[in-house]
Design a protein around this ligand. Structure first.
Ligand SMILES: [Zn+2]
Length: 424
């Protein structure tokens, strides 16, 4: 029986295209059921930072990235085959612009480079990838067996205080904008930074209204709690947190409080849970910070020794971290956050925002994009129905996107152009 079962499982895995290792302690029958549900579902991931190495390292997504490392030494979690194995239908390529551009300039240029890199990947792999800008596009790609490349800007300063540029970004296919990254700027305050605008400035509110008019999600990941509330006061369309978890389970400023969760429920938006162990779990966060402080002298020495050899430095750093392990929360912790958001905001307001390739390590038991079915398995194990699992995997995002598209176009063009024309 065991042999037959093993054969059936192997066969099913091969047929389904999910060459995914079953968790060690998993029930094989339930695991197969999870794979079937996962395969049928539309899976949307709110945030993936693979776009940066596509520009900086000329990475082609056809490259097998397993066991390979980014220039900064962190592991790769994404490539085309891994996305396919993970059953991902819609992947948001992050058009991430560093806050350092507020000093150096070049924010819009950086965004343009990343957008072009995303287009080029779609042009290189037309059988596997399709550029998607609507909820209908995502459904079509699922029917065609393709992966949607969607784009979201991370760091609202990429528009360089210009609503003209915001509209151009929309025309290029940008469908969400995270209003800040980790630093406060001219019109919006960031989480964990000194506020400059007491939340969202008047121009910031105009940006939100124009995003509503265009049909671009306002993304509240990375912003201060005051900005989250200001956005919820102004926005007439559903909003998202493209990659944030629940603050009640880990009191981190990158996470979303219960008060905001309740408002997002009324707004119709979706909180897409971030997989970063330090956002998911206070113990991992604390141990990661303590290790960084404790090992600083050794890291400084390594940096000095490998001044002209980044690979040498990265290998040394990895060895040092391996010798000084920390508690890494398991992947089931992601589902703890899903449970919590369901309990506070409702099952219609939770989704997934992995942050793959933007975070230095993943929860224990999770290897990369290919591991997405683990979340489906864990939800199934906890008694979620297939209908509810499908909502979390992508259904909620699609519903919110369709609603946002309905709101768009209903408002007259504002006529406002740029920050200097508006009093701040
Ligand atoms: Zn981020």
């Amino acid at each position: 029986m065991k042999t037959i079962l093993g054969f059936v499982i192997t066969l099913t895995v091969v047929i389904s295209g999910f060459a995914q290792t079953m968790p060690k302690d998993a029930d094989p029958v339930l695991w197969q059921k999870a794979l079937r549900i996962h395969r049928r579902a539309i899976v949307v991931d709110g945030h993936n930072d693979i776009t940066s190495p596509m520009v900086d390292e000329d990475l082609d997504l056809a490259t097998d990235t397993r066991g390979k490392f980014h220039k900064d030494g962190d592991p790769f979690y994404t490539d085309l085959s891994r996305l396919k194995q993970g059953g991902i239908t819609g992947e948001f390529f992050a058009i991430y612009v560093s806050g350092s551009t507020l000093k150096t300039g070049g924010a819009m240029r950086r965004a343009m480079d990343l957008i072009d890199a995303t287009y080029r990947e779609v042009e290189r792999h037309p059988k596997q990838l399709s550029l998607c800008t609507t909820a209908a596009d995502i459904r079509l790609a699922k029917a065609q067996g393709k992966i949607c490349a969607l784009m979201g800007i991370e760091g609202g300063y990429a528009i360089e205080n210009s609503l003209y540029a915001l509209r151009d970004f929309y025309r290029l296919g940008i469908r969400y904008m995270t209003l800040t990254h980790n630093v406060s700027h001219d019109w919006a305050d960031a989480h964990g930074d000194v506020p400059k605008n007491n939340g969202l400035s008047e121009f910031g509110k105009e940006v939100v209204r124009e995003m509503n008019r265009l049909g671009m999600f306002v993304d509240i990941s990375h912003v201060s709690e005051k900005v989250m509330n200001d956005v919820l006061d102004v926005s007439t369309a559903p909003i998202i947190a493209s990659h944030s978890s629940a603050r009640a389970l880990n009191d981190h400023t990158r996470n979303v409080s219960d008060a905001v969760l309740r408002r997002v429920a009324k707004n119709g938006g979706v909180i897409m849970v971030n997989f970063y162990p330090s956002f998911l779990d206070a113990r991992t966060n604390k141990e990661e910070n303590e290790r960084a402080a404790r090992l600083k002298p050794q890291l400084d020495a390594l940096r000095d020794k490998f001044k002209n050899d980044p690979d040498g430095f990265n290998a040394g750093r990895r060895k040092l971290f391996a010798e000084n392990p920390i508690y890494v929360t398991p992947y089931t912790r992601i589902v703890d956050h899903i449970d919590h958001i369901r309990d506070v905001a409702g099952i219609d307001h939770v989704g997934l925002g992995s942050d793959f390739d933007g975070i230095p390590f993943l929860p224990a038991g999770m290897s990369g994009s290919e591991a997405m079915p683990l979340i489906t398995y864990e939800m199934l194990r906890r008694g979620y129905t297939e209908a509810d699992i499908r909502k979390v995997l992508g259904g909620n995002f699609l519903r919110a996107m369709a609603q946002m598209e309905k709101v768009a176009g209903k408002r007259q063009i504002s006529g406002q152009g740029s920050l200097k024309k508006l009093s701040k």
